[in-house]
Design a protein around this ligand. Sequence first.
Ligand code: ATP
Ligand code: MG
Length: 245
Amino acid sequence: MKTLAVYNVKGGVGKTAAAVNLSYLAAASGHKTLLWDLDPQAAASWYLQTRPGEAPSKSQWKSAAAIQGLIQNTAYDKLDLIPAGADNRHLDIWLRKDDGAGVLKQRVKAMAADYDLVVLDCPPTLSHLADSIFAAADLVLVPVVPTHLSLRALKTLIDYFKESGLPRSRLKPFFSMVDRRRLLHRLLLEQPPKTMRDVCGAAIPYASAVERMGEYRAPVEVHESSSFAAQAYRELWEEIEPLVR
Ligand SMILES: Nc1ncnc2c1ncn2[C@@H]1O[C@H](COP(=O)(O)OP(=O)(O)OP(=O)(O)O)[C@@H](O)[C@H]1O
Ligand SMILES: [Mg+2]
């Protein structure tokens, strides 16, 4: 079993859209997949139309079996979900690494008998929870909007990995919300800066099909499989799949 975190310290860059679409594609290509929504905004849980209000409580975090009891089926074959709720705002405190190193990692590893892939949809934070996420993940997929501030956020993350002794090879950036009408987007895609040297070849376009996930409450592949956005997520999944096999 492998663990893929979709993470960026920046908000609103397409983490949840990627987590939901890649989880769906992983399941559709035969991997038994668990999407774990860690964000109190619970957007991934909402997109997948799960029952609200059943995020792990403080006491449930103490037991792998209790967490496993919260797993919900989704409408899609081979795709399950652990929903988020407002309680997730406490995770920074509940999962402090210094009192119980790697609780998240332990809970994720407990899923190994039942899943091939766990996808973590992460809130935008560089806090204790982020440390737990980095400890648990085999690969940290980072959506980067082609702008200077987004690149700066990626640099912060790369520096943080270095300081913390985490391998940079675990970080995999991809361009997200790309608008090719914008000169800066085109320039950065044509000549990615050094921080993006291992960027994925697939880039996710800025597309209304992704926005419409909120109307359909479903992955783009389900409602608009012929869109450019659906194709881009398929290409991204093809690149990621060998890294999380
Ligand atoms: N490729 C895209 N094209 C157009 N809109 C997008 C795209 N990706 C995401 N969006 C929209 O941008 C908003 C933020 O996307 P999303 O929730 O995936 O980002 P996020 O990084 O998870 O945000 P947060 O940091 O709040 O968790 C949503 O309204 C979503 O519909
Ligand atoms: Mg999100």
